[in-house]
Design a protein around this ligand. Sequence first.
Ligand SMILES: Nc1ncnc2c1ncn2[C@@H]1O[C@H](COP(=O)(O)OP(=O)(O)OP(=O)(O)O)[C@@H](O)[C@H]1O
Ligand SMILES: [Mg+2]
Length: 243
Amino acid sequence: MTNPTTPIVEFKNVTYSTDGLHILKEITGSFPEGKITTLVGPSGAGKTTLFRLCNGLISPDTGDILIKGKPIQTYEPIRLRRNVGLALQSATMIKGTVLENLALPLALQGMQIEQQDAEELLDDVGLDKSFLHRHAKDLSGGQRQKLSIARTLVNKPKILLLDEITSSLDRVSQHDIEELISKINEKYGTTIVWITHNLEQARSIGHYTWVMMGGEVIESGESSMLDNPQDERVLEFIKGELA
Ligand SMILES: Nc1ncnc2c1ncn2[C@@H]1O[C@H](COP(=O)(O)OP(=O)(O)OP(=O)(O)O)[C@@H](O)[C@H]1O
Ligand SMILES: [Mg+2]
């Protein structure tokens, strides 16, 4: 059993700026291993920027990021991206079949995907194996999002970062994806960090929640904290979202 409080990603006084703008200010905190942490906050709070730091797309100006206790810069970029998967709202696909899209992470490493593994991955995300030879462009939004998640699972990441993956989906598809992510978390023990604008989702799916504003984490804790936040700004934000 994993100790529920073992951090898998740690931020220590992390700052990031670009074009003279202070985008992240002294971020300190951690994402617990094997848990689901949800990230909420107004547009421009710095949530996506935090993800880009976690998979090495950008580096902090100051401070340290540790992954499994080791400084992020000590990981080879390929190894880091294998361990830290990222799924985006856009669920961008290459031209071609579902199989070709699933195979992409391995193809980029000069490897091929086994038919059986591809079928198993589709099964994991609730898509029938008959989808394998369909064109990715013909999938519905929800199906494309499932394929995008399956594709990030190819590398069996320890950490899965999800950036607003259900924002453009209807309620039924949203619910499907929520169940799927909880299942992946339970089945593989994958640490999930999920950025969402849906506070109900953040509360129900998350074990832990961070509220970010203006490049800072202004409140964090168990997701039930959203029912009774201590910080006045969080209260205002929640009221605004629910209005
Ligand atoms: N490459 C960049 N160059 C200049 N400014 C940037 C860059 N990337 C992000 N920013 C700015 O940093 C701030 C935080 O952006 P970020 O995308 O992290 O916010 P967010 O919390 O994900 O917002 P949203 O909820 O709208 O997705 C914004 O003000 C944004 O305009
Ligand atoms: Mg964002």
